[in-house]
Structures are given as C-alpha cells and as structure tokens.
Design a binder for this molecule. Structure first.
Ligand code: UDP
Ligand code: MG
Length: 376
C-alpha cells in the first residue's frame, strides 16, 4: 500500500504499530479528518495514506517546531498567565510554527505538577518532566534541552520576566539574519532590591575581568537556539552547570535582544540573596581559575613582606637592643596571616569541592514522572 510521507520511515507499512510509536508525536493517532483538513494535508504532502484514508495528520510535520523549556518551582500562580501569553504570541505572530511546551517541575511542593498535567490533557503541545526533588534551575534546563524535539529550543522563565513577545523577533534573527542563537539581556533592574543589583553588577564586572568566557552583563537564561547549539550544550556533561557561561563557552553567533526588566506576573522569586551569592561563586569557579592564582600571589607577597620585616627587625635589634617587642602588634599580624591562610584554603576548597562533585558522576537530575522521554 503506498504511503506518502516526508518522514525518514517512508517505506514503513501503516499496519506496523511500531512505526507509529517509533515516530513519536507524528503518527500516533488514527482519526478521520474533515474534508477541508484532508485537502490541506494533501496540499502540503505531509500525510500518511492507506486506502485513501489519512491515518494521522500532524500539522507539526509541515511546520518548524519551537520547543519552549520552562523550569518551574512552585509556580502554580504564574502558569495560567504564562500559558495564555504563549498561546497569544503563537496565535498572533508564530502561527506558522508548531509549539512544544515542556514544563520541568523542579520538585514543586504546591500544585504546579497537577496544573501542568491538567493543561496537558487539553493541549497536546504541553509536555512535562517532574523531578524527584528540587535539583535547581540549571538541572531543569538540562532536562528540558535533553527532551526537546523542536527545530529551535528556547529556555524561558514561567513568571513572564522573559517576555514571550520577543520570540517572533528572535526567530527572525535566526532564520533571516543567519544567527545561531538569539540571546536576551536586561538593561535595567527596576524593581530589584538595590543591594542585589549592586552585587549582580559587581559579579559581572569581576567575571568579565577574570574569565576568558565573556559573560554579558544582565544576560538572561532566556535564549532561542538552533539544534547544533542545543546539542553542543548537551555535550557538556558537567554536574555543576552555569548556563550563562555554558552558552558563551559553546560559541556560535548570537544576536542580543535588550529589554527593560519586568516584574514577576505572580508568585515570588525563588532566589534568596544567599542562594544568588552561592550561584555567583559557582559561576566564578566554573569559568575561571583566577582565584587560585590570587591565592598564590598573596602567598608570595606575604612571604616577601615577612622576609623584609625579619631583616629590618634584626638590624634594628643590633643597633638598638631590646627595641623589637610588643605582643599586641604580633597578635594583629598573626590574625592577619591566619585570615589570609584560611581565605586561600577556602578558595582551594571551592575548587576541590566542585571537582569532588564532578568525579562522583551523579546524574544531573532524577525524574519521578515524565510525559516526554529524553530524545537528544
Ligand atoms: N526555578 C526552578 N528551580 C529553582 C529555582 C527557580 O526551576 O530551584 C525556576 C522558577 O520557577 C522560574 C525560573 O526558574 O521559572 C526563574 O526563577 P525566579 O523567577 O525565582 O528567579 P529570578 O527571576 O527572581 O532571578
Ligand atoms: Mg523571575
């Protein structure tokens, strides 16, 4: 029986059930189409025919697919508004593209997962992965990238702080201007506590100076990428992941989109000041060994000063006997030395700790439940 299809398994028989499951979302259902849709299917040529009946028809075959990867931690309040906005953008501006919406539930303790499952019942484009516990946003991004089947994939926060309305321009940059990625950066930090903004700026300045990987100030994780970029990111199997750095490390041509900060649509930020501080240390340790060099330089400098002091004090003692005394100054010097030694040990410890977690080779995440398998 002749089968007409644009998929690679063109020779497969429609009666072979493995064909339908092996081709994932494309040919799973058997349902009759309306005359109008059958005509549309025939026009595009993306259909399977057996005895004149269209066995399965998924407009996604004809269209390019965009996978949106959405990490969620206790986001039940933000999900409805997010879905609505994404639907609006796709309906109004990206109607020529099929959507795959992958929610990654990062161990939520509220009704995030139930809400996503409910959405999936009514919207076939909604997929989900649910972690066995909170593994962090970076792990959620990795899981989403691993599962994405789209021609393009974008990582996006669910709180609408990464505006979906930028997507059409981002797609244009890739398709019309030949970029591999469309990245986004916030140019303002309105609504953010000033102390947090100050440290965030200091972090970007520091890492800019000490790392070869150029991390753009205000860069967001929100990025649209082509499959080669996605695959390059997945080829980096490190456990301690810092996406902003990884995005830069893999290279490729990126067009940057700037936008003003928008406040969260609902819910609260999941990042405390301390969590952000630890995250910034993770970024520095992952992308620079300058702190280790700093420890060595401090060691050399202090040894030199101590050596000079010993010579000066010895000469002074020879010229003016019993002049070099005073335990208070000695205590101060000891404390200073102790502090510096501990600081250097701490720096070393950070690198050792990261190496330790890397060599254990634990999985980046563990899924408790999922509606989409890793496909990359
Ligand atoms: N998130 C996550 N796991 C975490 C922390 C955050 O999946 O451990 C998700 C969160 O649900 C949101 C995104 O990551 O979709 C960004 O988090 P948030 O908005 O709290 O960060 P902020 O925008 O304040 O930096
Ligand atoms: Mg946010």
């Amino acid at each position: 029986m002749p089968l007409k299809t644009r998929t690679t398994s063109a020779t497969c028989r429609s009666s072979d059930p493995s064909f339908f499951s092996a081709n994932g979302p494309f040919f799973r259902q058997r349902f009759p189409l309306s005359r109008r849709r059958r005509k549309a299917a025939l026009r595009t040529g993306h259909y399977l025919l057996a005895s004149g009946q269209v066995l399965a028809y998924d407009p996604g075959i004809a269209m390019k697919r965009i996978s949106l990867i959405v990490p969620c931690l206790n986001e039940e309040q933000a999900i409805p508004a997010f879905k609505q906005e994404v639907d609006r953008v796709f309906k109004e501006h990206l109607a020529a593209y099929a959507l795959e919406l992958i929610f990654v539930d990062d161990g939520s303790t509220d009704h995030t997962l139930e809400m996503v499952k409910k959405l999936a019942e009514h919207s076939p484009e909604v997929k989900f992965i649910s972690f066995s516990r909170n593994f962090g946003k970076e792990a959620a991004i990795y899981a989403g990238l691993e599962a994405a089947t789209g021609d393009y994939a974008a990582v996006m926060d669910v709180d609408l702080q990464d505006p979906p309305s930028l997507l059409p321009e981002m797609v244009k940059a890739i398709e019309k201007e030949g970029y591999d990625c469309a990245g986004t950066r916030r140019v303002t930090r309105q609504g953010e506590p000033p102390l947090r903004s100050f440290f965030a700026r200091a972090f970007y300045k520091t890492i800019h100076r000490i790392s070869d990987t150029h991390i753009v100030d205000g860069a967001r994780d929100y990025k649209l990428m082509t499959r080669p970029v996605l695959e390059a990111l997945l080829s980096l199997k490190e456990y301690n992941r810092f996406s902003k750095g990884l995005y830069e490390w893999v290279g490729f041509r990126t067009k940057w989109f700037e936008y003003e900060n928008v406040e969260r649509v609902a819910g609260e930020t999941k990042w405390s000041f301390f969590k952000l501080f630890l995250y910034s240390i993770e970024g520095i340790v992952a992308f620079s060994t300058a702190p280790l060099a700093l420890a060595s330089i401090m060691g050399v400098l202090l040894s030199f000063i101590s050596f000079l002091s010993i010579i000066v004090l010895t000469i002074r003692e020879l010229i003016w006997p019993h002049s070099a005394y005073g335990w208070t100054s000695m205590v101060c010097v000891f404390c200073l030395m102790g502090g510096i030694v501990l600081l250097c040990l701490g720096i070393l410890g950070q690198y050792l700790a990261k190496t330790y977690t890397e060599v254990k080779k634990r999985p980046i995440y563990i899924a408790r439940e999922r509606s989409i398998a890793p496909s990359n």
